[in-house]
Design a protein around this ligand. Structure first.
Ligand SMILES: NC(=O)C1=CN([C@@H]2O[C@H](COP(=O)(O)OP(=O)(O)OC[C@H]3O[C@@H](n4cnc5c(N)ncnc54)[C@H](OP(=O)(O)O)[C@@H]3O)[C@@H](O)[C@H]2O)C=CC1
Ligand SMILES: N[C@@H](CC=O)C(=O)O
Length: 836
């Protein structure tokens, strides 16, 4: 014989009941069907109970009656309706009488509440029984078992009416007396029973707790030694996490009883935790199935705890948690002190969800429901009043608005490094851990964190442990000019491939330019943001109308929004040349948002800033990446890092590291004008937004400064020796237009520089040097025998001498400017972060 339980949603429409009839008629064994109240009915009964205290229950009671009447009309023919109408009317009369007395006495005890709540299942079981026996397609005769009479509990204390304790022995006798000892013969004796309801020793109606219909079904299964228990709901079994909070969850095909218990206890609503024990007791296989997709495998729960290779089976959470800490020297080495704490809480009727104790024994952390915090605090402070006065104990400390994230899996036991991986993942995302608990079984690691980080933590851990889960990366961009646009092109060109081959989904969540920011949000509060499409971003770049594009008063608004969105795996990309943007890095990194930048300003400002940003990122286990700040996508910083980490020492660097200046001096000749060549370099995207930054030598100075710092020197811009090749008039230009005017005016100066070099058979190049701890930048005439002489177009070259590269330098050479190559370097930095 088998037991099946159908939840509220499964029994709440005619088509659903047809589905149930089809499922039942396919069964080859006799069965007991346990049903919940129709969807929403138990909540309605709760409201009726509460309103009856003030005599205001009539309208809802009428709704309750009408709902059942209407549903009956929909389900069965007129001939069968009368009988059911009478049943409903009788029950409603009883219910009304109870509510009236509650109103008169102005007293609503748990005993009365339990009776009121029991009407939902009482009616659903009668109505479903009728439907099953008279529906034309799959008529099934089922006998009604009166759960209220046959499920016995030991309850007689007032607080247990709503959460009664099962008397299994008595219940078994009661059930077997009716059902008989099941045999393998098909006797065509099937039953239906109300879930949730039972009676106590005094014969009063009690309930088995919200979700108790699962428990009822498990009790029936236990008592009749069922060959299986099937719990049918509207989801495909137990999921690896709550699909409302975690994207791309997976159905768990196999779980052990203990794993299922942990998952259910920590919030997996698909199964009421107490239901596990009765089936585990008799090793009865438990199936969680979807009424609306019966062909889906669902979840199979059994005694076997090595069913899957998964180290982690699921991740779940409980919110509305508070942590209360009892501490003081009086706790240490005092036998029974922990017992006293727990006893005080038990006497105050407070449920303890989690416990941690420091090994010094001087503090005990206890996780409880936030709603019980005040009572718990008062109870403990008053019980320990004397000890607190004597300084042996501290007043209890409380932390509110917490949640517990629980990671569950039998195979976590002895899985080395697993906890490290979990804490690494959440730490990298800036999530602070308030408390940790792990049972000796190692089946559950519980982490207490701030409630605001709940979804972030669940998703981060889920993405880390479920291989087929696509990891979402949330990208925030500043700047969609030359480099920024190419970056967008690369990202969208690669997006699908990254999802399919690398399980990484790059989502652009925000973009900003010098005046506006854009997020794809539907409410004013930015509560839910969706990713931006390529079209959104390009329209924003073109400054086309978009109701979501917001003019900010300061870029801090953008930074603040990024922080408040609190999305996991957040990366900020700076594709600007703005100091306002680079000033925000510290804030972002402090909030565990990695930064990728091609903007050189931060790393070439004060040494202390450069150091601080790198240290902050390292401390938070996140990334600050700026490979493209020197030589665009050429792997220069990476090479220096690799050399140094392997114990080498950078002794000298000689480099041409301005793509624009190399291009300009390669293309400037006797025939053309200097200003025109500079304009061409600008138009081709090699110069800085303001070419004066290149021509003044500042760009090259910033780069050699960054190289020196990466090589281990503590240098400032003011330490660099530099002789400008620009006439003062050009250097003092106040705008890009004025610069070009001044370049034209000073054409003779540039021609003279060119002709001098040309006459000597040399080429002009701006060379940066780090030698014996000194930095210099200079425009030089390069003779034809120099390796730099043939450096074409916008190319860069960096020659590095080290302890290992002594006679011949290590040389890195290639395109050192250009929007496309730079964007590819920015993208590579982003991928580096994702892959690490
Ligand atoms: N081009 C190259 O070869 C290389 C460039 N780089 C670096 O790339 C960076 C970008 O260069 P490029 O794309 O040519 O520059 P662009 O001038 O083409 O684009 C700059 C972008 O930054 C935006 N911006 C400016 N100020 C701010 C601000 N305060 N807040 C937000 N956004 C702002 C601009 O917005 P708006 O339109 O509103 O002005 C624009 O979208 C520079 O730092 C450069 O040094 C690095 C290596 C090589
Ligand atoms: N303006 C720069 C571009 C890259 O940093 C250059 O000319 O090299």
């Amino acid at each position: 014989m088998i037991v099946l339980k159908f939840g509220g949603t499964s029994v709440s429409s005619k088509s659903n009941l047809e589905q149930i009839a089809t499922i039942l008629s396919a069964k080859t064994e006799n069965f007991i069907v346990v049903v919940s109240a129709f969807s929403g009915i138990t909540n309605k009964l709760e409201q009726i109970a509460n309103l009856s205290l003030h005599g205001n229950h009539s309208i809802l009671l009428e709704e309750f009656r009408n709902f059942h009447f209407e549903f009956i009309k929909e389900l069965v023919s007129e001939f069968h309706q009368i009988e059911l109408f009478v049943e409903v009317q009788q029950k409603c009369n009883q219910l009304e009488a109870i509510c009236e007395s509650v109103g008169t006495l102005k007293e609503l005890s748990d005993r009365t509440r339990a009776t009121i709540l029991s009407f939902g299942e009482s009616l659903s079981s009668i109505i479903v029984q009728k439907y099953l026996s008279v529906n034309t397609k799959n008529s099934i005769k089922v006998n009604l078992l009166d759960s209220k009479k046959i499920i016995s509990t030991t309850t007689n204390e007032s607080k247990d009416y709503l959460n009664a304790h099962l008397d299994l022995e008595k219940t078994t006798r009661n059930i077997l007396a009716i059902v008989g000892v099941p045999t393998n013969d098909i006797q065509n004796k099937n039953y239906i029973a109300a879930g949730f309801v039972a009676h106590n020793q005094k014969g009063e109606t009690v309930t088995l707790g919200r979700g108790g219909s699962d428990f009822s079904a498990a009790i029936y299964a236990n008592t009749i030694d069922a060959t299986r228990l099937e719990i049918w709901s509207d989801v495909n079994g137990m999921q690896s996490a709550n699909p409302r909070k975690v994207q791309a969850t997976q159905s768990l095909q196999k779980l052990s009883y203990k794993e299922a218990f942990e998952m259910a206890y920590f919030g997996a609503k698909v199964l009421y935790p107490p239901s596990i024990l009765p089936v585990m007791d008799k090793n009865i296989p438990l199936y969680l199935k979807n009424t609306f997709s019966p062909e889906q495998e669902g979840t199979f729960i059994s005694n076997e705890n090595k069913l899957t290779e998964n180290k982690i089976q699921g991740i779940c959470s409980l919110d509305e948690i508070a942590i209360i800490t009892v501490s003081g020297v009086g706790l240490a080495k005092q036998k029974g002190s922990a017992r006293r704490v727990f006893q005080i809480l038990e006497e105050a009727n407070i449920n303890i969800i989690l416990i941690t104790q420091s090994s010094s024994e001087q503090s005990i952390g206890i996780g409880i429901n936030q709603s019980e915090l005040q009572n718990a605090e008062e109870a403990l402070n008053s019980a320990f009043e004397k000890e607190i006065k004597r300084g042996l104990m501290n007043e209890v400390k409380t932390i509110e608005n917490q949640c517990i994230v629980a990671i569950v899996g039998d195979n976590m036991k002895n899985a080395i490094g697993l906890a490290g991986k979990v804490f690494g993942a959440i730490g990298e995302n800036g999530i602070n851990v308030t408390a940790i608990a792990q049972g000796a079984s190692e089946r559950n690691i519980s982490i207490v964190i701030n409630k605001k980080d709940e979804e972030k933590a669940l998703n981060v851990i889920h993405e880390k442990f479920f291989a087929s889960t696509v990891k979402n990366v949330h990208v925030f961009i500043a700047g969609i000019g030359n480099v920024g646009t190419e970056f967008i092109n690369i990202l969208f060109a690669q997006k699908q491939k990254l999802i399919e081959e690398y399980q990484i989904n790059l989502k652009i969540i925000g973009v900003a330019n010098s005046k506006k920011m854009l997020f794809n949000h539907s409410s004013e509060t930015f509560e839910k943001v969706e990713e931006l499409t390529k079209e959104d971003v390009l329209k924003f770049k073109q400054k086309k109308e978009n109701k979501n594009a917001k003019t900010y008063s300061s870029l801090n608004e953008y930074f603040q929004t990024i922080k408040e969105l609190n999305l996991r795996n957040s990366v900020f990309i700076d594709n600007t040349a703005s100091d306002i943007v680079s000033e925000g890095y510290e804030f972002l990194i402090k909030n565990s948002i990695s930064v990728v930048t091609c903007n050189k300003i931060a790393c070439s400002s004060e040494y202390s800033t450069y150091l601080k940003l790198n240290k902050l990122a390292k401390d938070r286990n996140i990334y600050f990446k700026y490979e493209t700040s020197v030589g665009a996508a050429l792997p220069i910083l990476k090479t220096i890092y690799d050399l140094r980490i392997s114990g080498d020492k950078i002794n000298q660097i000689e480099a041409v590291i301005s793509g624009s200046l190399n291009f300009i001096f390669n293309n400037y000749n006797a025939e053309n004008q200097f200003a025109d060549v500079v304009l061409q370099a600008k138009e081709e995207g090699y110069t800085e937004p303001n070419p004066l930054i290149d021509l003044s030598g500042l760009d090259v100075m910033r780069k050699i400064l960054i190289l020196s710092r990466e090589s281990g020197l503590n240098k400032e811009l003011s330490d660099i020796t530099f002789n400008s090749f620009l006439p003062d008039e050009c250097t003092n230009s106040k705008s890009v237009e004025e610069l070009f005017e001044n370049l034209k005016k000073n054409e003779n100066h540039f021609k003279a520089l060119y002709q001098n070099a040309h006459k000597n058979g040399n080429k002009l190049k701006v060379v940066a040097k780090m030698e014996k701890g000194n930095l210099s930048v200079a425009l030089k005439e390069i003779p034809s025998n120099s390796p730099f002489y043939n450096l074409e177009g916008k190319d860069n070259v960096v020659a590095i001498n080290t302890n290992r590269y002594v006679d011949e330098p290590l040389v890195i050479k290639g395109a050192g400017a250009g929007a496309a190559v730079t964007a590819s370097g920015v993208f590579a930095d982003l991928m580096f972060i994702m892959n690490n």
